[in-house]
Design a protein around this ligand. Sequence first.
Ligand code: 13P
Length: 248
Amino acid sequence: MRRKLVVGNWKMNGSLAQLSELGPIAAAARKSPGVDVAICPPFTLIAPARARASGMPIGGQDCHGKESGAHTGCVSAAMLKDAGARLVIVGHSERRAEQCESDKAVRSKAEAALKQGLQTILCVGESDKEREAGRAVTVVAAQLQGSLPQTAEGEGELVIAYEPIWAIGTGKVATPDDVAEMHAAIRAELKQLLAHRGATVRILYGGSVKGDNAAELFAVPDVDGALVGGASLTAAQFVPIVEAAGRG
Ligand code: 13P
């Protein structure tokens, strides 16, 4: 039985003042013991967020594939761990698009993160054009084949997040049928690529998840939780999603 996991991705949002949201989020997480809850703020807030999160895991939104070296502006998985991060998101579609991250680069980031023992959330998802062309499942399968870590080294847990690009920040949510089809396809691909380990990997849905659609999404087979952007920025919007996961 896979536990539900609800992760907030603050993207390039947040400030020291906004860390006050973490107290009520951590309290809601404690009241839903069947759910794992974590927040990924910008790098600058990881250490202070940890101090405010009462033990709730805090994570990064990216890491470099190398441990250290001449990579100006980058942060390694080892540095995230050193700052107290317990998880990291890699291969988010915004990074794949804005930072031109290839599947190969994403794979090296995921491998580096797992090696550090970080829970590693690997993101995949198709564009609206790809879905309209009937290629959504093919595109996501290719992303998995190209970016899934090849080593099982380290203690970190691998998690997949399916985030259709057209659903991110748009208010458009994939239908439960579309989500069911894609999560089943991802599960099949994981079993193919990882053998028996493929059955245990948690698969999150992301893209305009809110308090009023979370329960319906969590009821879909093979939806093991959510990766939440906008609605993770305030406790008022995020807590109902955590509570829905606790009921689901
Ligand atoms: P929204 O929840 O704002 O659509 O963002 C989803 C996302 O990209 C999480 O990583």
